[in-house]
Design a protein around this ligand. Structure first.
Ligand code: PLP
Length: 394
C-alpha cells in the first residue's frame, strides 16, 4: 500500500505545538524506570517528588514567581476553571464576574454556566481592532465583584490585552484578577511575580510539551479553594501528579526561558515574512486585529470572497495546516466569536484564516506557504466569483 508522505507545514502553533525532542527525552525515564508515586516514602517515590520540585522551579523561573505559588493541573482549561470557581465561591456576597466577549471557550462556557447559577457576568466588548476599553473595565467594577478574568493574548488574533495596566487597576480597586496567559507564556517575557495578579493560567501543549498538562499560578496571599479535592499539590489540587508530563513542562519552560533571551525574534521574523508576502500578493487580503500589540507568532488574515472551510481543505491537500474560527468536534468551522465581537460581518469572519508560527518552522516552509496560499485563494475565488465584497458590520 502506498502512503502519501507529503511534507507537513504546520502553521497552527496556537492550536498545539510539536513536542520538542529534548522535552520528549526528558520525560521518558519517568514513564520507564522512575514510575514511582511522588507521595510514596521509598526512594522510587522520593525521586519522583524531587523531579516535581525541579519542574516547579523551572516553570517558576520562566514566570518569575515562587515555586510554591504554582500548582500543576491537567490543562489550561482546568487552570482557568479552578481559578474562576475558587474566586466565585470564596465570598458568598461577591457574585459578579467581569470578563470579555473574546475569551477562550473555557472561560466563556464556565461564565455562562455560572450565569445560569445566579452569578452576574459583565461581558466587556472589544473594538474593531480587538482592544479592550480600560475605562469601561474600571466602571464595571463593583463592590460585589468577585473576579476580573481576562486573556493576555487572544488565541485567534494574537491581540494582547494590557495586563500590566489591568493589574494596576484591579490592585487599586482590590479586586481579584485571573489572567489566561495560555497563549502568551513562552512567546513573550512576563514577570508574574511583579504583575500583581492573583491567578494566572498556563498550558503545556502550547509550549512544545505533550497535551494534558497545565499549571495555575496562585499568588501566595490569595485565598484559594480547590474544586478537585485531595491531598496532592498541598491540598490545592487532588490527583496523583502526572510526573512525566510535569517533568516535560519543566523542561519546556527551561527551554522557552533560554530562547526568550537568546533568540526572541525568530517566530516574529517568520510571521512577518509570511504576512508581508501574502498581503502583497493577494488582493483584498487584510489583517484582523491590532498589528502592533499582538503575539509575535500570529497573523489572522481575511481573504475577501472565500470560505475559510474550503481554504482549509485545499491547504491541507498541499500539506499546510492552519485554522479558521473555532473548530467544533465534528470538524466543521463556526464563524469566530472573536471576529464577530470585533464587529466584523459573518462573511468576513468566515473568510478569515489564522496562521501561527513556531520555533520549528523554517524560512523555507514560510516561502512555500507564501506561494501556496495565493494559489489556493485564487482558485477559490475563481470557483465562487459571485461573492460580494467584504463589509464591516454596523
Ligand atoms: N486559553 C487559551 C487562550 C487557549 O488558546 C487555550 C487552548 O487553545 C486554552 C485556554 C485551553 O488550554 P488547554 O487546551 O490546555 O485546555
Amino acid at each position: 500500500m502506498s502512503v502519501n508522505h507529503q511534507r507537513t507545514i504546520y502553521l497552527d502553533n496556537n492550536a498545539t505545538t510539536q513536542v520538542d525532542p529534548t522535552v520528549f527525552e526528558a520525560m521518558m525515564p519517568w514513564l520507564r524506570e522512575d514510575y514511582g508515586n511522588p507521595s510514596s516514602v521509598y526512594s522510587l517515590g522520593k525521586r519522583a517528588a524531587a523531579a516535581l520540585d525541579i519542574a516547579r522551579e523551572q516553570l517558576a523561573s520562566l514566570l518569575h514567581c515562587a515555586p510554591d505559588e504554582l500548582i500543576f493541573t491537567s490543562c489550561g482549561s482546568e487552570s482557568i476553571n479552578s481559578a474562576i470557581l475558587s474566586a466565585a465561591s470564596i465570598d458568598p456576597d461577591k457574585t459578579h464576574i467581569i470578563t470579555s466577549a473574546v475569551e477562550h471557550s473555557a472561560t466563556i462556557k464556565l461564565c455562562e454556566h455560572l450565569a445560569r447559577r445566579g452569578y452576574e457576568i459583565t461581558w466587556l466588548p472589544v473594538d474593531e481592532l480587538g482592544r479592550l476599553d480600560i475605562e469601561r473595565l474600571e466602571s464595571a467594577i463593583r463592590a460585589d465583584t468577585a473576579l476580573v478574568t481576562l486573556l493576555w493574548a487572544n488565541n485567534e488574533t494574537g491581540v494582547l490585552f494590557p495586563i500590566q495596566e489591568i493589574a494596576r487597576l484591579t490592585s487599586a480597586r482590590k479586586v481579584a484578577l485571573h489572567v489566561d496567559a495560555v497563549q502568551g507564556i513562552g512567546k513573550l517575557p512576563l514577570n508574574v511575580g511583579e504583575l500583581g495578579v492573583q491567578f494566572l493560567s498556563v498550558s503545556g501543549h502550547k509550549l512544545h510539551c505533550p497535551k494534558g498538562i497545565g499549571a495555575l499560578y496562585i499568588h501566595k496571599r490569595t485565598r484559594f479553594t480547590p474544586w478537585l479535592r485531595g491531598s496532592q499539590e498541598s491540598a490545592r489540587r487532588g490527583g496523583t501528579q502526572n510526573v512525566s508530563s510535569i517533568v516535560a513542562m519543566g523542561k519546556a519552560a527551561e527551554i522557552a526561558a533560554a530562547l526568550l533571551s537568546a533568540n526572541p525574534g525568530k517566530t516574529k521574523g517568520l510571521r512577518d515574512r509570511f504576512e508581508q508576502s501574502v498581503l502583497k500578493s493577494v488582493a483584498g487580503a487584510d489583517v484582523n486585529g491590532e498589528r502592533e500589540h499582538r503575539l509575535p507568532n500570529t497573523t489572522n488574515i481575511a481573504f475577501d470572497g472565500i470560505e475559510s472551510e474550503g481554504a482549509l481543505m485545499l491547504l491541507d491537500e498541499r500539506g499546510i495546516c492552519c485554522s479558521a474560527g473555532s473548530a467544533c468536534t465534528s470538524g466543521s468551522v463556526h464563524p469566530s466569536h472573536v471576529l464577530k465581537a470585533m464587529g466584523f460581518s459573518t462573511h468576513r469572519a468566515r473568510s478569515s484564516l489564522r496562521f501561527s508560527f513556531g520555533r520549528f518552522n523554517t524560512e523555507e516552509e514560510v516561502d512555500i506557504a507564501s506561494a501556496v496560499v495565493p494559489e489556493v485563494i485564487d482558485k477559490l475565488r475563481r470557483l465562487a466569483p459571485a461573492q460580494g465584497p467584504v463589509i464591516m458590520a454596523a
